[in-house]
Every structure is written in structure tokens, then in C-alpha cells.
Design a protein around this ligand. Structure first.
Ligand code: AR6
Length: 182
């Protein structure tokens, strides 16, 4: 599925984010920046040790990455030149500022991409795996955040959501369809 916001294509695809050829891919990391399972594990495995080396330097400098914030490293062996690591909120029932923190992940990743003159970027569905954020709620926040950012900021060619299963892809598609009809 694809829509256009100003000059930017916003696309939803089903697939593996480590295989994307966008200039940047976004990692759903944890605050330690030292790697983990899920998409984080897949990115470090596919990208090789350079990514972890840079993460460790960032950690030494600023002590990890707080929830909702983002940092940037090389893409190592990936097709993507950069990995933007952001830390999603752990779902604790919805009354612990989760929606705002999840929105911050997308906005801060896009700000960092813009500062680095990145034109094409892929996002996974942040927080909806190990961090258990309900996918329907996360999809609306993720898409609304990106749409809001792209309405105010021109210069991206494509923002892509790379969804790992049919179920997650369908949930994002429904959310985008309903956001577009509002
Ligand atoms: N490509 C695209 N999406 C993927 C891939 C992939 N290769 N692999 C998994 N997903 P998760 P979180 C989807 O758990 O919930 C890690 O251990 C997956 O289906 O990767 O933010 C970190 O170190 C789900 O929809 O991230 C943290 O400790 C989505 O990516 C913690 O997990 C996010 O699932 C972060 O948890």
C-alpha cells in the first residue's frame, strides 16, 4: 500500500527490514544499545560487528539511549548505509505515557534522519514484539506520527514500514486506510 504526503511516498510492505535498500533502517533497540532479540538481533546479525562497536561508543559517551530517543550508527554490512536505533516503550497497560513515548520514537528517528540528509528510511513496528504494545494501537500512533511529521517536513522521498507478518501488515493497512478517510 502506498500514499503520498507532499513529496514523500509513505509505503507499507510485508518483509524483513534487514533486506531493505533504503538509506536508513530503524532498529527497535533497548536502552543498553547492546543488542537483543527480535528485529534488534536480526539487524546486528545481518549488519555485523561494526554496528555494535559504534553503539558501545555512544553508550560510553551518553550512557545508552532513553526510551523515545534515537541514535545513529553505520549500517555495517547491510544495504542500508545507516541504522537509527530507537527505544520503544514497554507496554504497561497504556497509562504509563506509552503513546507519547512511542510517538517520540518515530519523530526523533525522522529528525535524526533529516539532520543526516537521509531521503529514504524503513521502520519496523516498534514495541509490538517483546515490548507487547498492542499492534492496532501502535499502528495508529506510528502512522499518525509519520504523517504529522511529513506534513511539516519536506525532503524525504520515501518512508517505508516493513511489517514482519501478514497480521501486522493487515493491521497497519487498516489503520492507514482509516486515517486517510478521516
Ligand atoms: N524485520 C521486520 N520486522 C521484524 C523483524 C525483521 N527482521 N524481526 C522482528 N520483527 P521486537 P520491541 C518485528 O521484539 O517490541 C529486543 O530484544 C516483530 O514481529 O523486535 O520494540 C530489543 O533488544 C514486531 O512486530 O521489538 C529490546 O529489548 C516488531 O518487529 C526489545 O526486543 C518489533 O518486535 C524491543 O522490543
Amino acid at each position: 500500500m502506498e500514499i503520498r504526503i507532499n513529496d514523500t511516498r509513505l509505503t507499507l510492505v510485508k518483509g524483513d527490514i534487514t533486506l531493505q535498500e533504503t538509506e536508513a533502517i530503524v532498529n527497535a533497540a533497548n536502552s543498553s544499545l547492546l543488542g537483543g532479540g527480535g528485529v534488534d538481533g536480526a539487524i546486528h546479525r545481518a549488519g555485523g560487528p561494526k554496528i555494535l562497536e559504534e553503539c558501545k561508543k555512544i553508550r560510553a559517551r551518553q550512557g545508552g539511549c532513553p526510551t523515545g530517543e534515537a541514535v545513529i550508527t553505520t549500517g555495517g554490512n547491510l544495504k542500508a548505509k545507516y541504522v537509527i536505533h530507537t527505544v520503544g516503550p514497554i507496554w504497561r497497560g497504556g497509562n504509563s505515557n506509552e503513546p507519547q513515548l512511542l510517538k517520540n520514537c518515530y519523530i526523533n528517528s525522522l529528525k535524526l534522519a533529516k539532520e543526516n540528509n537521509i531521503k529514504t528510511i524503513s521502520f519496523p513496528s516498534i514495541s509490538t514484539g517483546a515490548y507487547r504494545y498492542p499492534v492496532d494501537k501502535a499502528a495508529v500512533i506510528a502512522l499518525s506520527a509519520v504523517i504529522e511529521f511529513l506534513r511539516k517536513n519536506n525532503g524525504f522521498e520515501e518512508v517505508r514500514f516493513v511489517l514482519f507478518s501478514d497480521e501486522i501488515f493487515d493491521t497497519y493497512k487498516e489503520a492507514l486506510t482509516s486515517l486517510c478517510s478521516n
